[in-house]
Design a protein around this ligand. Structure first.
Ligand code: TXA
Ligand code: MG
Length: 348
């Protein structure tokens, strides 16, 4: 892998954004903030630039990318056979953390979609991202701006840590608001299917799509979204999710803690544990706070001297699917059931 000079734009002013747009137009790759996580963008219509994204991230090239648009004006250039429900969804959730899968047109290079005949599209709800797309005057293919397999980046520092000397530019947009990736919704199937839970909840989408399905059941054997089969978000230390009634969960974790155990717990239970390696992700009464802190916490564990991590199962309503999907992946599905006598369950 060649080392490249990375330009660090600490301030996301208009001048910086215009320079980054120029880099994109010249075939470069630029990391930028969105409302979900940071993305690593390239001109989606330039296959050579898109190849550099895969290289910089160490991403398997059978895992397709999301195309980021500024608005829906040129939608028909990129996709066809758009179902009616798309227009209802776009009115409600775009810009926003919703990605839709539609039938692609030939103008989209094969490496963007990993050879599929469909393409993922979204409009990010972040002014820096929108301006970058607008000034680039290109659709931007952009995966999350992390090294493949690591937790997604929610701060500028995370991106610099992973991608300095691998990409042409990084724009600082502070901490991302949502902190979890977009919901990926496949509209080429009938009924539509959520391939990845994310910033827009199942219940919100269900209001529009009555027969909506989910394909991210943990026991799903052949993942529908190519990205779902890969190891994800994993901290260096092995991680276990402890599930059960709160009282049982706390007791179980208390009994498991050793000197070098890391803990990821809620504000409500934080004081119940004696450990110097415990991190609080936020209050159970504020699911959005928890969601926004998960990836940062997972990265913090890598800086701590710990042998393993115990993480509470967070029961937090609408955001639970998304948060627990990421945590279970980070834990490679290692679950300890605090309500039962058995110890570790490892779901397929
Ligand atoms: O919030 C987000 O979605 C962030 C920001 C940067 O926009 N992006 C992001 O991209 O999370 P990435 O590449 O890390 O995840 C994209 C997911 C992967 O699971 C991929 O397999 C799936 O979307 N995907 C992309 N195109 C697809 C397609 N045509 N069919 C099925 N799944 C697709
Ligand atoms: Mg990703």
């Amino acid at each position: 892998m060649f080392k490249v000079e990375t330009r660090l734009f600490e301030k996301a002013d208009l001048k910086s954004i215009k320079e980054c747009a120029h880099i994109i137009q010249s075939g470069g790759i630029v990391a930028f903030p969105t409302e979900t996580v940071y993305g690593l963008g390239a001109d989606a219509l330039n296959p050579k630039a898109v190849d550099r994204i895969f290289l910089a991230k160490g991403r398997p090239n059978d895992n397709p990318l999301i195309i980021h648009l500024h608005n829906l004006d040129s939608l028909d250039l990129y996709v066809k056979d758009i179902p009616e429900v798309f227009f209802t969804l776009s009115k409600l959730f775009m810009p926003g953390p919703l990605t839709v899968i539609l039938k692609k047109r030939d103008i989209i290079p094969d490496n963007v979609t990993a050879g599929l005949d469909t393409v993922a599209l979204r409009i990010p709800d972040n002014q820096i991202a929108l301006s970058l797309i607008e000034y680039s005057n290109r659709p931007l293919a952009a995966p999350s701006a992390n090294i493949s397999g690591k937790p997604s980046p929610t701060t500028y520092d995370h991106v610099v840590e992973d991608l300095n000397y691998r990409v042409d530019a990084i724009i600082n947009g502070g901490k991302t608001q949502i902190g979890m990736e977009s919901t990926v919704l496949d509209l080429t199937q009938e009924p539509p299917v959520i391939l990845r839970p994310g910033g827009i909840s199942f219940n919100s989408l269900k209001l529009v799509i009555k027969d909506l399905e989910r394909a991210y059941d943990l026991k799903e054997e052949s993942p529908k979204s190519p990205g779902m089969k890969y190891k994800h978000y994993a901290p260096n230390a092995p991680m276990y999710i402890v599930k059960g009634k709160q009282e049982h969960m706390v007791k179980k974790i208390q009994s498991l803690i050793k000197e070098k155990s890391g803990l990821l717990v809620s504000k409500e239970t934080f004081d119940m544990y004696e450990s110097k390696n415990k991190l609080c992700v936020g209050s159970l009464l504020d699911p959005l706070e928890i969601a926004s802190n998960i990836f940062e916490s997972l990265r913090l564990f890598d800086k701590m001297d710990i042998d393993e991590i115990y993480c509470e199962y967070f029961e937090i309503g609408d955001m639970q699917d998304t948060v627990m999907n990421r945590l279970l992946k980070a834990a490679a599905n290692k679950i300890i059931d605090a309500d039962s006598q058995d110890s570790v369950h490892c779901q397929p």
